[in-house]
Ligand binder design. Structure first.
Ligand SMILES: C[S@@+](CC[C@H](N)C(=O)[O-])C[C@H]1O[C@@H](n2cnc3c(N)ncnc32)[C@H](O)[C@@H]1O
Length: 260
């Protein structure tokens, strides 16, 4: 479903929401430290791939399975996708650090795009198996060429189908990262189904909770769910955790840049 553009928050609104989040949030406490040299190594392995994609003006036919974006067109250069849909470097670092706090062995990513966040997650020392799902065949084809790590399974299908297959197979994940179809109702539905796939100490990371009013509303509803030990708002991500990852309240706002 393509959402009407006016329902998305514009840059000014997102900046104001960020300022408000910053003022009411606190600095990080208690999350596992990541060795800075290790992070530099990961950045220097993944970022050259991003740079190549940013210079790739090959036109591909893009099919939108999600909530849509103000920048989406049907025929799109790879470079435009790398600029608009792929998480920037600072966000990938924040994601990596949040994920590292639970040392996940089995990871499910909904929304590979060109595979940049996938590659960051695959560098987690604990990662044994990473399944990443992308609905767009042309984008999937590019992403799956990036890396031949046997722990990564690049799947081209809708989130719906990916979750159904995992349910049928009785799959269990320690980390589920949802980054696509940014629609409040769809997100609530994916999370309801994904929580049945989550291990007893697992974590769900939801991207772009400040993307639109209904995404924020969905996050606010999720953060009241007492079946999670911690519900943490990192502005760029909402995190639902079944285990304790830091000292503090069950519901908290953390300044995201304290993670990089
Ligand atoms: C924001 S991008 C993912 C970015 C990537 N995780 C990163 O950080 O670099 C979202 C991707 O999800 C895909 N997508 C959205 N809704 C989907 C759905 N319902 N099923 C399958 N893929 C979907 C889109 O095609 C898009 O490539």
């Amino acid at each position: 479903m393509i959402r009407p553009a006016q329902k998305l928050y514009n840059h000014l609104r997102i900046s104001l929401l960020f300022c408000r989040h910053y003022l009411k949030s606190r600095r990080l406490e208690g999350l596992a430290e990541v060795d800075p040299d290790r992070l530099v190594g990961i950045i220097s392995s993944v970022e050259p791939i991003r740079s190549t994609l940013l210079q790739d003006d090959t036109l591909i036919q893009k099919t939108d399975h999600g909530a849509g974006s103000l920048l989406t067109t049907i025929e799109t250069p790879v470079s435009a996708i790398a600029r608009s849909a792929v998480s920037p470097r600072y966000k990938c670092q924040i994601l990596y650090r949040i994920a590292a706090s639970i040392a996940p062995r089995r990871i499910l990513e909904l929304g590979s795009s060109l595979g940049i966040s996938t590659l960051y997650l695959s560098h987690l020392d604990s990662c044994e198996q990473l399944t990443t799902i992308e609905g767009d065949p042309a984008i999937h084809a590019i992403a799956s060429r990036q890396n031949h790590d046997s722990r990564i399974s690049w799947q081209q299908m809708t989130f719906d189908k990916g979750i159904a297959i995992a349910e049928e197979a009785g799959a269990v994940y320690d980390l589920i990262y949802i980054d696509g179809h940014h629609d409040g109702a769809a997100t609530l539905d994916y999370i309801e189904r994904c929580q049945r796939l989550l291990s007893a100490t697992g974590m769900i990371i939801i991207d772009d909770i400040y993307w639109s009013a209904d995404m924020l509303d969905a996050w606010r509803r999720l953060s009241m769910d007492e079946s999670y030990v911690e519900c943490t708002d990192y502005f760029f991500f909402g995190v639902l955790s079944r285990s304790r990852t830091r000292s503090g309240a069950p519901v908290a706002s953390i300044r995201p840049f304290s993670l990089i």
